[in-house]
Design a protein around this ligand. Structure first.
Ligand code: HEC
Length: 148
C-alpha cells in the first residue's frame, strides 16, 4: 500500500488553507479572485496525485461501507464466490465444507462469523477480509441471515 491521504481530509486541508489565505489578503476585489485561484489550483493538484488503494474501506472511507439492507444475493453470495468458494466447494483447492448455495451457507453462520474474525483459524486462510466485508457479513447474520 502506498501512503495516500484520504481525499476528504485533503480537500478539507485545501479549504482551510484557502480560508486562512483569504483572511490574510487585503479587502478588495482581488481577494475573491485570489481565493478562487488558490482553491482551484490546490484542488487540481490534489486530484492529480496518484493514489492506490487496496481495499474498499480505504478507497471509500468507513462511512461508505453500507451495511444497511445487506442482501444474500447481491452482497453475501458474490463475496463468498470471490473469497471462499475456491476451497469451499466439492473438489476445491482445499476441499472443505461447501458454501455453494444459500442452504449450505446458512448452516454455518455462527462459524463463519467466528472465522472471519480470526476465532478458530482465520478465514480466508490467506488473510483477514477487509473491515467492511467483515461488517457486511456480520450485518447479514445479525439480520437473521435472510435469503434475500
Ligand atoms: C484457501 C482455501 C480456503 C479459503 C479461500 C477459505 N477457506 Fe474456510 N476453510 C478451509 C479449510 C481447509 C477448512 C477446514 C479446516 C478448518 O476448519 O480450519 C475451512 C474451514 C472453514 C470453516 C469451518 C467449517 C466447518 O465445517 O466447521 C468456516 C466457517 C470457513 N472455513 C469459512 C470461510 C469463509 C467465510 C471464507 C471466505 C471469506 C473461507 N472460509 C475461505 C479453506 C479455505
Amino acid at each position: 500500500m502506498i501512503f495516500c491521504p484520504k481525499s476528504s481530509l485533503s480537500v478539507k486541508r485545501v479549504l482551510i488553507f484557502a480560508i486562512q489565505t483569504k483572511t490574510s489578503v487585503a479587502n478588495s476585489v482581488m481577494k475573491k479572485i485570489f481565493f478562487a485561484a488558490v482553491v482551484t489550483t490546490l484542488l487540481v493538484v490534489f486530484s492529480q496525485s496518484a493514489c492506490y488503494y487496496d481495499n474498499e474501506l480505504e478507497q471509500y472511507g468507513v462511512s461508505e461501507c453500507d451495511t444497511t439492507a445487506v442482501s444474500y444475493a447481491n452482497d453475501i453470495a458474490p463475496l463468498i464466490q470471490q473469497q471462499c468458494i475456491s476451497c469451499h466447494t466439492p473438489g476445491g483447492e482445499q476441499e472443505s465444507t461447501p458454501f455453494d448455495t444459500y442452504n449450505d451457507v446458512v448452516l454455518y453462520t455462527v462459524s463463519i462469523a467466528e472465522r472471519v474474525n480470526g476465532i478458530g483459524s482465520i478465514m480466508p486462510p490467506t488473510g483477514k477480509l477487509s473491515t467492511c466485508n467483515v461488517s457486511i457479513i456480520e450485518a447479514w447474520i445479525n439480520a437473521g441471515a435472510p435469503n434475500n
